[in-house]
Design a protein around this ligand. Sequence first.
Ligand SMILES: CC(C)=CCC/C(C)=C/C=C/C(C)=C/C=C/C(C)=C/C=C/C=C(C)/C=C/C=C(C)/C=C/C1=C(C)CCCC1(C)C
Ligand SMILES: [Fe+2]
Length: 545
Amino acid sequence: MEALFGRNKEENPEPIKAEVQGEIPSWLQGILLRNGPGMHTIGESKYNHWFDGLALLHSFTFKNGEVYYRSKYLRSDTYTCNIEANRIVVSEFGTMAYPDPCKNIFAKAFCYLSHTIPEFTDNCLINIMRNGDDYYATSEVNFIRKINPQTLETLEKVDYTKYVAVNLATSHPHYDSAGNVLNMGTSIVDKGKTKYVIFKIPPSVPETEKKKKKSCLKYLEVMCAIPSRSLLHPSYYHSFGVTENYIVFIEQPFKLDILKLATAYIRGVNWASCLVFHKDDKSWIHLIDKKTKKEVSTKFYTDAMVVFHHVNAYEEDGHVVFDIISYTDNSLYQMFYLKNLNNEFQNHAKLTAIPVCKRFVVPLQCDKDAEVGSNLVKLPSTTATALKEKEGNVYCQPEILCEGIELPRINYDYNAKKYRYIFAAEVRWSPVPTKIVKFDTGTKKMLHWEEEHCWPAEPAFVTSPNAKEEDDGIILSSIVSSDPKKLPFLLILDAKTLKEVARATVNVEMHLDLHGLFITEKDLKTEQEKDLKTQQEKDLDTEHE
Ligand SMILES: CC(C)=CCC/C(C)=C/C=C/C(C)=C/C=C/C(C)=C/C=C/C=C(C)/C=C/C=C(C)/C=C/C1=C(C)CCCC1(C)C
Ligand SMILES: [Fe+2]
């Protein structure tokens, strides 16, 4: 346990050929690229929290039925500074470091009101984001780190604040069919006008600008800004939902306390202690119309909850339906403190609220004449309700879809559309993913894959060629083992049956990761190809001149 969570993992930057059992589908060509914390001790100093660890990228490359594994630490400025100092010198969410680049700023009381934004960590350990031909390691602060998806090399550091006024941004962006990135961030240092900002990044730069080799981020567009209900207590959020016409944002009572943040450094506490769950408050559900860029004016709310992952959202007969994994408290973050994840974790690392997959249904037409107390949901397929209240507010009560799943993924071709299947890791009361599950939201039936001592990572769905049905494809997951004698492997399951198709075993110490994505062969461009493309475009331009 200790070994799986807290022990530093070695990187293996050169490709290692995996031993394949079963048959890798011949059409499966590309790279599964994933991110997660790999180093928690630097010299004598240790991070407090598992989500603080230095980002370790790893990938499985599928080529002609063979699989190659590699891993490499993200060479973030955080990594470099820490390794040079041989101790933790940059603060992470769960670990305050001294000295720290933030010192000059946060030593001044109430400096959050000033315009100076301190340089935060660029240890992007949570996910991978695709933007056109570019790939980034992401976290939840204003920095993202461009990476080479084939070699795992770290490229430039990109600062969102140069393009949009956000101090935080999610590591779970969405993508539309045109390849635009849609993401959300929070602006907390803009003259006290705390707000949530929804923005869009195009997949390429305008034709006329191509010669200048500018970044797509230069063409970032702000779609909408939603003022925070409380200027000093913006909500924390880890993801959001999209439907064809709307963005779904939950302003949950799991909030950052800005006054506490401003004094955290001098008080000697971590940033995480400034995140507070107000169990008696409401969770507000915001729907933003993508076309008008305005919020739906009806006030929808539900009970207090803590949400990290949205599963999917869609519209059906005048309703917005969205599925999330929710908790009734903040024990998930507490559970991942490394002091709890030792060999006696069974006693220390326990959730007091298990993840529950819930379906909310929000009516788009709120009949003015509807009686107070009436249910505005007209969908026969769900037990979720939306009750009209006196003040015109609408109180939403969810339908419970299932319990004990996390790290949800779907066939992303069905994102924002009516869908049926959720792929996820099964978790109960401890931070141990025990099974891979496929949940059918229609029949409520579940399929499982499990093996003794095996801890599966978030399952990624890859569509098969000529797919007709939603689950025509395979599931990829990297599996680590709590039995030191058992080697880690990449697992391929048939997404229809959840039966094993093949596995590729690697003789390395693999880390537990968080999130990632699959890049198909055709989307992979070598740096030479990218340069060639730019050159061809330049040549075309000169021909036209
Ligand atoms: C063992 C496994 C893998 C599975 C088991 C199954 C299971 C239960 C899975 C559950 C998984 C979940 C729910 C994962 C969630 C991951 C999260 C929430 C990561 C957040 C990171 C947030 C990060 C890094 C946030 C960093 C934020 C920072 C540094 C903020 C800094 C800040 C500073 C410095 C001052 C100004 C304020 C501000 C807050 C912006
Ligand atoms: Fe996440």
